[in-house]
Ligand binder design. Structure first.
Ligand SMILES: [Zn+2]
Length: 370
């Protein structure tokens, strides 16, 4: 398998090509765009903090919703938001049934330490089991159940912010995920694909498409101009962690800070290594490797390498994929998936299917506002 010399994308990744130096087209595209977008960045943290002032409303209990997974990134973000930015957060922890108890404990300990409100939403397990079953079983390339699950977690955060009338959401999604959330065409294409896969289960279909409607409420941070303008009372402004300075801090350093501060605990067997992700990632990634020849984390880490947030060497190490055998079987059994049914999906069939579904999405699915 050929892998880009700059990032970690393999030749199985859709639309990839390599130049003479072995660098992929996505890395080259990034270099070009980065030069053009430099003006959009904040000059310093003080400028960013000043912009966030307008989200502090006197008399309101919360200024911001902060989803916290229990990993070092979200924990450290929360410490910054409370102590440096002086925003009053409602912390939100989403447990979709396959979350580690240690991750939840980390969030609880930190919220105690910071003396802030924490809301834990244990999401309906039946829905999540079906989600993992349907999207893993589907004979479709380049569609990860992790991606769909990630969408649900993101939408849940929007729902909570909306319920508590909070207009600011500081969220831990990566640049890779951001590209998807902002890409309207890509999002529509994906939704059409999802609808097609679950069309046999009308209850599930209704629930799923109902969730995506919530995306109409989001307003995406695209550059500092968005935070200079007034607060839109109808929308929830979503800011990713990666615009903050701390995001560039070395992970090991963040880890030490979290351990010293509130007895943060590492989760032993996660994928990619050193993250605080859930067990289900192992199963989803195993299926993705069999079906498509890569995982979405190669995509995500490549984006971070390009931005200079991660070294290629470290990414290759963290992305080594050795799933605990019995864990895969246990998880597959739990969601009702037969692992022996999962087969490689050929590239050609994918393009035709996507084209057909994309046409359908525009006429039958309407506009989801994202
Ligand atoms: Zn590359």
């Amino acid at each position: 398998m050929r892998v880009c010399k700059k990032c970690v994308l393999p030749d199985t990744y859709p639309g990839i090509s390599f130049d003479r130096e072995g660098i992929c087209n996505f890395c080259r595209q990034y270099e070009k765009e980065e030069k053009e977008s430099a003006a959009k960045h904040f000059t310093g943290e003080a400028e960013l903090i000043a912009c966030l002032e307008k989200y502090k409303e006197p008399g309101k209990r919360y200024d911001v919703l902060v989803p916290a997974s229990g990993g070092v990134d979200s924990c450290f973000a929360l410490i910054n938001i409370v102590e440096k930015f002086k925003l009053r957060p409602l912390v939100f922890h989403n447990d979709h049934g396959f979350d580690s108890a240690k991750a939840t404990e980390n969030v609880k300990k930190l919220c105690k330490e910071l003396d802030v409100d924490l809301l834990i939403w244990q999401y309906e397990l039946g829905f999540m089991r079906k989600l993992f079953k349907y999207f893993n079983r589907a004979e479709v390339r380049d569609l990860s159940a992790c991606h769909v699950c990630g969408n649900m977690l993101y939408i849940n955060a929007l729902e909570v912010a909306d319920r508590f009338n909070i207009k600011l959401l500081i969220n831990g999604y990566s640049k890779g995920q951001a590209a998807f959330i902002r890409g309207k065409e890509k999002a529509r294409e994906l939704l059409a694909e999802l609808v097609d896969i679950v069309s046999h289960d009308s209850d599930f279909l209704e629930r799923l498409t109902g969730k995506y409607k919530m995306l109409e409420k989001q307003r995406h941070f695209m550059g500092k101009q968005d935070l200079k303008s007034e607060v839109d009372p109808e929308k929830i402004m979503v800011i990713p962690f990666y615009i903050f300075k701390f995001y560039k801090t070395h992970k090991e350093e963040l880890k030490k800070l979290c351990i010293d501060r509130f007895d943060w605990h590492q989760i032993e067997t996660t994928y990619p290594a050193r993250t605080t992700n859930c067990d289900m990632i192992w199963l989803n990634c195993h299926v993705d490797v069999v079906k498509s020849g890569y995982t979405i984390y190669q995509d995500e880490y490549s984006t971070m390498i390009r931005a200079g947030d991660f070294s290629r060497e470290q990414a290759l190490k963290d992305l080594e994929f050795n799933p605990p055998r019995d864990l895969l079987e246990r998880l597959a059994h739990d969601v009702g998936l037969d692992l022996s049914e999962i087969k490689e999906v050929k590239k050609e069939s994918k393009e035709e299917a996507v084209a057909a579904r994309a046409t359908m999405s525009k006429t039958e699915q309407g506009d989801f506002g994202f």
